[in-house]
Design a protein around this ligand. Structure first.
Ligand code: FEO
Length: 170
């Protein structure tokens, strides 16, 4: 049986992951409208990964006697000033998500909930990768994104990203 605080935080994370999907689809829409189809494709895949994360939290809660309660998903409502801004917002957002995962981990640790800690280990590693990917993208954009040829190449490279299902099973 899950501790009530741990269960509450796990349930809350479902909403955060669906919000992340929404947030990244909003960025995909922005790039699509700007004609950067590679960036748009990259963010659509990012959104798919976030939906996968939400489903993993749902499955984990349900497999451990928890109850899923959906909350309203906030609208992203972003109005981007330039092509770099979504990339920078992505890094800020991923750092925030990392802090949320750490908060759940901390709650699980405090009640010796080793099973939840083990489940969260995958997310701790995933967040490290997501932060690095976001940071790499910002650096690349700053190096190559300011002229049209560089931007074209970067957009083509972004379009090569392939969706892979999460390696975690619950
Ligand atoms: Fe579900 Fe981007 O973390």
């Amino acid at each position: 049986m899950l501790d009530s605080k741990v269960a509450e935080l796990l349930n809350n994370q479902i909403n955060k992951e669906f919000y992340s999907a929404y947030f990244y689809l909003d960025m995909a829409n922005y790039y699509e409208e700007q004609g950067l189809l590679g960036f748009s494709s990259w963010y659509k895949i990012q959104a798919q990964e976030e939906r996968d994360h939400a489903m993993l939290f749902i499955d984990y809660l349900q497999n451990n006697g928890g109850k899923v309660k959906f909350e309203t998903i906030e609208a992203p409502a972003k109005d981007y000033k330039n092509f770099l801004e979504p990339l920078e917002e992505t890094l800020v957002h991923e750092r925030y998500v990392t802090s949320l995962i750490h908060t759940i981990y901390d709650a699980a640790y405090s009640v010796k909930d080793f099973r939840t800690m083990q489940f969260l280990d995958w997310f701790v590693k995933e967040q490290g990768e997501e932060e690095k990917n976001s940071d790499d993208l910002i650096k690349k954009f700053k190096l190559f994104g300011s002229d049209s040829k560089g931007l074209y190449s970067l957009d083509s490279e972004m379009g090569l990203r392939v969706y892979t299902a999460p390696s975690l099973t619950v």
